[in-house]
Design a protein around this ligand. Structure first.
Ligand code: 5GP
Ligand code: ZN
Length: 142
């Protein structure tokens, strides 16, 4: 994709601070550094989002993530945890439409990163869970 910022990073038109690279993925520091060491892992092939991954592509890309996560964890002994985040669609905070995974090392509960999961347990009963699970299950393709 000629107008894709991450494709430009892959082909060297835009510089980046690379932390890992092979024939399948490139990992480089996110310019925003939500926390120190915040890294993006991107497939070298342009795919806009997770829905475009087939099983083989997913196994190739996902297989690279743990070793990059371990390297980030090792670079600073103050790292206590890591959030791995993949945004799909504008509503889900995706701003670059070349699929990517954020590896965000966590240092403390005040390190500048947070996620909020609302708890709506009190609005659900057995029938409602069952109906949603069933509707999704029906859509699963081979
Ligand atoms: P998204 O919001 O799509 O999940 O994440 C896109 C990320 O790309 C953002 O965190 C943003 O900081 C990062 N980003 C955007 N442009 C550049 C760039 O030119 N270089 C680097 N290293 N990161 C970028
Ligand atoms: Zn791209």
């Amino acid at each position: 994709m000629t107008d894709c910022i991450f494709c430009k990073i892959i082909n060297g038109e835009i510089p980046s601070y690379t932390v890992y690279e092979d024939d399948v993925v490139k990992a480089f520091l996110d310019i925003s550094q939500a926390t120190p060491g915040h890294t993006l892992v991107i497939p070298k092939k342009h795919v806009p989002n997770i829905y475009e991954y087939d099983a083989d592509f997913a196994s190739q890309v996902f297989a690279r993530i743990p070793k990059i996560a371990r390297a980030i964890r090792k670079f600073n002994p103050d790292i206590k945890g890591m959030n791995i985040v993949n945004n799909n669609g504008e509503i889900a905070y995706q701003s670059v439409f070349h699929s990517h995974f954020h590896l965000i090392p966590r240092y403390s509960d005040q390190d500048g990163f947070s996620m909020h999961f609302a708890d709506h347990t009190d609005q659900y009963d057995d029938a409602k869970y069952e109906s949603i699970a069933h509707a999704i299950k029906e859509q699963v393709e081979d």
